[in-house]
Design a protein around this ligand. Sequence first.
Ligand SMILES: *Cc1c(COP(=O)(O)O)cnc(C)c1O
Length: 354
Amino acid sequence: MSTYPCINIHLNTITKNTQNMVSACHSYGVSPAGVTKLACAYPEVGQAIINGGIHLLADSRIANLKKIQRLDAEKMLLRIPAISEADDVVHYADISLNSELTTLEALSDAAVRQHKTHQIILMHDLGDLREGAFYEEETIALSHKAMAMPGIEVVGLGTNLACYGGVEPTAENQSKLVSLARQIESELGITLKYISGASSAALPLMLNGQLPQDINQLRLGASLLMGIGLNDDPIPNTQQDTFDLTAEIVELKIKPSVPINSTALDAFGNKPEFVDRGLRKRAICAIGKQDVDISEITPKDKDIIVIGGSSDHLIIDINDSQTDYHTGSLVEFELSYGGVLQCMTSEYVTKRFI
Ligand SMILES: *Cc1c(COP(=O)(O)O)cnc(C)c1O
């Protein structure tokens, strides 16, 4: 495999972000879970989070939890499990988030078969309209049924916000979760270990001192791995420069900026548009849409203009740059959340842990 394109993963920065978020969370009575899905649960990243002081790792996919099995942390499955993967869920996850009776029955059967107790956090929908029952009676009824299942331990109530519906975590919706948790506790006669409020999107609320005291878990991914939260805004006391991308220049030539007789569609069926800047120094980088969506990457050299790309080529205008690029030079890019996700997922992008 070629060395470039290469995503550079700054593990010390992830550990530092984690340390700072853990101490902020602790001062508000919150024990965060560390979410690894953005980094496809590469064990190096899981370990960097553990080194920052988190001992519960969470991911959406069983395939990712498998990769971090040997790490010294509890494992939690975030995406509502599929019935077809019930055995793997019980095998690879200590805890899972759930909202469906038939799935819980499958998990219960699997847990009994494996002589295990599987812990579950019931998900309740507070209006973002992704997972969880929307009606409190439904969540309460499900909690009674789960409580009676062999091999299943009801350990928490959770909700997901700011994911599908753009509903912000607020003192009001978080308080609703707490009061529903208290009601479930009194009906079932148990104490819930986790009241799992939201993701990194709840950090601004917490840092403003407005997160209800009884919320004791936040599931943190983007904040640890990229220093961002609600609306991708930076979070105080974190660094954002945890990932960057390096690509290599494979051609460098002076060319006009407008194609000669452009009449056809581009390789993706779109009508291309061009800005005429006259004759310009242009470079082709060996990276394309098969690696990452070009709109998710930004050159660190602010004098570079990204002109376009195809599946395997990125065309940049380097005419105004102060740097003396040549064929074989490396160009560095910042990445959005989506850009990191794609680069980490792509088999064509080298992962370099620093
Ligand atoms: C991805 C995910 C998170 C983490 O979200 P971030 O914005 O990365 O902090 C939390 N909870 C669930 C259910 C998720 O799927």
